[in-house]
Design a protein around this ligand. Structure first.
Ligand SMILES: [Zn+2]
Ligand SMILES: [Zn+2]
Length: 361
């Protein structure tokens, strides 16, 4: 099968033929129909942390082509979405439904010494995060998949595997924003737009989008932003305090820069909450005034990992919301490309609003 292989850390992807094994045990062979380009794959391709050659790509939608003998939840022909949330379904965290905290995520991989799932000229190829979605087929553990019972377009389904759940999950699962609350969202990329839609869904009374790009702010209005603030042109904390009469009840920081995290913190109203989702660089610090007002204001700071999501529970939930016309996904996919075009698409990624998705005939 054709796949985009990363031969060296930091190199471009190379389109070539890779051998894929037959499914054993709890494995599922999936014919990939769509594979989203996430910025984190670009970062991963320059940082590494796993053996090369490797295949990246983790936002996968496809159709089951074959199953191992111990697979219980999938059959050939099922439409499926894959997820990075590798988990064992057996540890204490998994049993209390908190699969983000699984203590044995390596459970989904083949054991050392077994024939590799992927190989190139007889040498093993790493499927990064046990997924490897930039390929015509993927061979995964069934715990990395969820079935879509009422199929939706694959390019739309693919983006449910990562950014949408993390962005919307921050609002719905982690902060549990109540109806009528005021919300501000820093950073209007894919995750931020999903958070804005989730805030609309719960009935937030005011949804303030903050970004440094006017076109992204304009786009955010289509997803439910009631107000926009360009933080390059004005002090966002002052603007938000003005709009909300003292600060927003819930502020979400998707940016991943200390200045933005500080501005977001300063935008929270009394007894409100700052959710930090954007990942800052190692060693980054947040300097805040912890004088008397710190106690008086009682602002909570909550780091949110992966939107506190559980993809097995949440993907079907968003498919349903999409089918009911209550959650926009089509508008989050700005263009579709072929595997051959992935290198070029990554090179110009920051210029585009919305997701680029690789589609397969
Ligand atoms: Zn991603
Ligand atoms: Zn587990």
């Amino acid at each position: 099968m054709k796949a985009l292989v990363l031969d060296e850390i930091g190199s471009a992807f190379r389109l070539t033929d890779v051998d894929i094994a037959a499914p054993v045990a709890q494995e599922v062979l999936v014919e990939v129909k769509a594979s989203g380009l996430c910025h984190s794959d670009l970062t991963a391709s320059s940082l590494g942390g796993w053996p090369v050659p490797a295949i990246l790509g983790h936002e996968i939608s496809g159709v089951v082509a074959g199953v191992g003998p111990n697979v219980t939840r999938f059959a050939a022909g099922d439409h499926v979405v894959a997820s990075l949330q590798s988990h064992c379904n057996d540890c204490e965290a998994c049993l209390r439904d908190d699969i983000n905290m699984c203590t044995n995520p390596g459970f989904v991989a083949r054991a050392e010494g077994e024939e590799p799932r992927l190989s190139l000229d007889g040498e093993p190829v790493t499927a990064v995060a046990n997924l490897g979605g930039f390929a015509e087929q993927v061979l995964l553990h069934e715990n990395n998949l969820v079935r879509i019972d009422r199929p939706i377009p694959h390019e739309v389904a693919s983006i449910l595997g990562c950014g949408v759940l993390a962005g919307a999950g921050a609002v719905l699962n982690a902060a549990e924003v109540p109806e009528g609350a005021t919300v501000a969202v820093f950073g209007c990329g894919g995750l931020g737009l999903a958070a804005i839609q989730a805030a609309l869904l719960v009935g937030a009374s005011r949804i303030i989008a903050v970004d440094i790009a006017d076109d992204k702010l304009e786009y955010a209005k289509r997803f439910g932003a009631t107000d926009v603030v360009n933080s390059a042109a004005q002090d966002p904390a002052a603007a938000i305090k003005e709009l909300t009469d003292g600060g927003a009840d819930y502020v979400f920081d998707f940016v991943g820069r200390p200045e933005a995290t500080k501005q977001a913190y300063e935008s929270v109203g009394r007894a409100g909450e700052l959710g930090v989702i954007g990942i800052n660089k190692p060693g980054a610090t947040l300097q805040i005034d912890i004088g008397p007002e710190f106690i008086w204001n009682q602002v909570r700071i909550r780091p949110i990992f992966n939107g506190s999501t559980n993809f097995v529970r949440d993907v079907p939930r968003f498919v349903e919301l999409y089918n009911e016309g209550r959650f926009k996904l089509d508008e989050l996919v700005s263009r579709t490309i072929s595997l051959e075009e992935v290198n070029d698409a990554y090179a110009e990624m920051t210029k585009h609003i919305g997701r680029t998705v690789v589609t397969f005939p």
